[in-house]
Design a protein around this ligand. Structure first.
Ligand code: ARG
Length: 591
């Protein structure tokens, strides 16, 4: 947007002064304080240091070569060489005008040659287990990242790395064969799978013979036994039905669901390659990756400090019984993704407890395929836990983990109570629909709003509050802004033929300026994998809108204020709607 346009003019001026230099790091950002204008750049000071010239002189020379009079007041050089840009109202008005006719919505779609391919690995629940609240953060964060990056024009490949392999299947198979209740499986498949798993698990702890039988079932499955494979496939199918119901409710979709089992054929090869290359070695019958001593000890994921001493912290890739580990599968997965999609980035969205796992996987892969590894950015976008109001991990009253489906039901029910009270005039279908959008929106927004690395306290009251930084507040302002335009009966053609916009009031200008930085907030979300930046942007926009609406009459104003204000309402509604959509949240038409 405008800051990018300013940025390229600034870069051109620097190139005019120093032909051929790399100007990528010359950036224009929003001003930290509106006292200094709308945008600023501090990049020239670093450049001056590099070229060993006086920074103020350099700034003067660059500004002399830069023409931005069409958008800005004369550029101000401040302090040791900061540049401050102050937009002229005319520039703001023409950006708004272009947005009104649909030329942009305050963000730029990445040019084809700069488009990145990004694989996002998120949600990734485990087969035969109900999805619990821990999976909600991964699903909601991952979905939001994928929507933002897609909107910015990148090629996003979403891959649900479901846990469909592992030792639990030995127990599940034994349970299926010896204690399955067909009627219960019919009524609640996951509940029944969970029940048999729990019972066999207890059996294994109490009787060595049950443990032996479960192991034998697992060995048969791994060896390709037809009967066991058939049951295993059925368990995956039943789980997938449950996952899909939840994804449908949440509006989440994946391009691929290549579960862990998909990589089984490659696992022996991964281990033998790592052995050959000396990256892994045998240890007590197992195979593991150890430190190669090239990293500083503090950064080495294969070392751990114990009693002031650095000791080995290997990553197992083959157990002594020949079975492969979580890390082995992730190495094969990484290799497969690079070969198949050549992404420039892979983002893994899981909870913080997997940090060591991913540091080890990334580092092992670097040693295995150094060239491929340098071509891709590997990001572990980890997140903290959801806590109950008592500060302990979020549980049901009876101490069980909270199931995602129950949680979504409760969110909709609670929202319905609010809607019934506030909107008794709506018919019951409409009430339910609004409640669904508010309830699901509340759960998602509460999850996206905190910095993802912090734990947060799950609170029904807070997330459904009508004021404050909540989804329902943002949804409400979005609806309100849209309604003004509908009530005015403005037709889309009016935006091209109506009177020119004219911004005058401080609250109009503040709103217009904030609209302009929508793109910056989207880019920041994509770069840092932090949708909370977008939540805060939208909350600020909703608040500025509310302030503007309280101080400026719209429908009763004289021209050109009337058209200008209607335009601000329309653009606010569009940005809020688009922004909420990036968070996976729907905005009701009326509420
Ligand atoms: N299934 C795992 C879990 O529930 C998450 C998988 C994350 N992705 C990965 N490539 N390891 O904890």
């Amino acid at each position: 947007m405008l800051h990018l346009a300013l940025e390229s003019r600034l870069q051109a001026a620097v190139t005019a002064l120093y032909p051929g230099i790399v100007v990528d790091s010359i950036r224009v950002r929003p001003a930290s304080d509106s006292k200094f204008g709308d945008y600023q750049s501090n990049a020239l000071m670093a450049l001056a240091r590099e070229r060993k010239v006086n920074p103020r002189q350099l700034a003067t020379d660059v500004v002399a070569r830069m023409d931005v009079t069409d958008w800005c007041e004369p550029v101000e050089i401040a302090g040791p060489g900061f540049l401050n840009f102050r937009l002229r109202p005319g520039a703001l008005e023409s950006v708004l005008q272009a947005a009104l006719v649909g030329e942009h919505l305050f963000f730029s779609v990445t040019a084809p040659e700069l488009r990145r391919t990004v694989v996002i690995d998120y949600s990734s629940p485990n087969v035969a287990k109900p999805m619990h609240v821990g999976h909600i953060r991964s699903t909601i964060l991952g979905e939001s990242l994928s929507r933002v990056l897609r909107l910015l024009g990148h090629r996003v490949i979403s891959d649900n790395h479901i846990g469909d392999w592992g030792t639990q299947f030995g127990m599940l198979l034994l349970g299926w064969k010896t204690m399955l209740d067909a009627a219960a499986l019919d009524a609640d498949p996951i509940g029944e799978l969970e029940r048999i798993y729990k019972r066999v698990n207890i059996g294994c702890k109490e009787q060595p013979e049950t443990l032996e039988r479960a192991r034998a079932e697992l060995v048969k499955l791994q060896a390709g036994d037809e009967e066991n494979l058939k049951i295993w496939r059925e368990m995956i199918r039943l789980s997938q039905v449950q996952f899909d119901t939840i994804y449908g409710r949440l509006g989440v979709r994946f391009d691929h669901t290549l579960g862990e089992s998909f990589y089984n054929p490659w696992l022996p090869e991964v281990v033998s390659r790592l052995l050959e290359l000396g990256i892994a070695r045998e240890s007590e019958g197992a195979v593991a990756v150890f430190s190669d001593g090239t990293l500083p000890q503090k950064e080495d994921p294969f070392l751990i400090s114990r009693d002031g001493e650095w000791v080995a912290n290997p990553a197992l890739i083959r157990k002594s019984d020949g079975a492969f580990n979580y890390a082995t599968t992730d190495l094969a997965t990484l290799d497969y993704r690079l070969r198949t999609w050549s992404p420039s980035e892979i983002i893994y969205v899981t909870d913080g407890r997997q940090q060591l796992h991913f540091r080890q996987v990334f580092q092992a892969f670097h040693r295995w395929q150094p060239q491929a590894a340098t071509a891709v950015r590997l990001t572990h976008a980890w997140f903290g836990s959801i806590l109950g109001e008592d500060g302990k991990p979020f549980k049901t009253r009876s101490g069980d983990t909270v199931k995602l489906a129950d949680l979504l039901d409760e969110a909709e029910e609670r929202a319905l109570r609010v809607v019934l009270e506030k909107r008794p005039d709506l018919d019951s279908v409409a009430q339910r629909e609004v409640a669904r959008k508010i309830g699901l929106g509340a759960v998602k927004y509460q999850d996206l709003l905190p910095n993802r690395q912090s734990d947060y306290v799950f609170s029904w009251d807070k997330m459904l509050a009508l004021t404050g930084n909540t989804a329902v507040y943002v949804q409400y302002q979005c609806t309100r802004a849209g309604k003004v335009v509908r009530d005015a009966g403005v037709l889309p053609a009016a935006w091209t033929s109506g009177p020119a916009l004219c911004l005058q009031e401080p609250s109009e200008l503040a709103l217009a300026r904030h609209l302009l930085s929508f793109g910056l907030s989207l880019e920041a979300v994509g770069d840092e994998c932090r949708p909370n930046l977008l939540c805060n942007y939208l909350y600020e926009l909703a608040s500025l809108y509310s302030r503007f609406y309280d101080s400026c009459p719209v429908l009763k104003a004289a021209e050109p204020a009337r058209t200008t204000r209607l335009a601000l309402c329309e653009l606010t509604a569009r940005v809020l709607r688009q922004g909420l959509d990036c968070l996976g949240i729907e905005a009701p038409e009326s509420m």
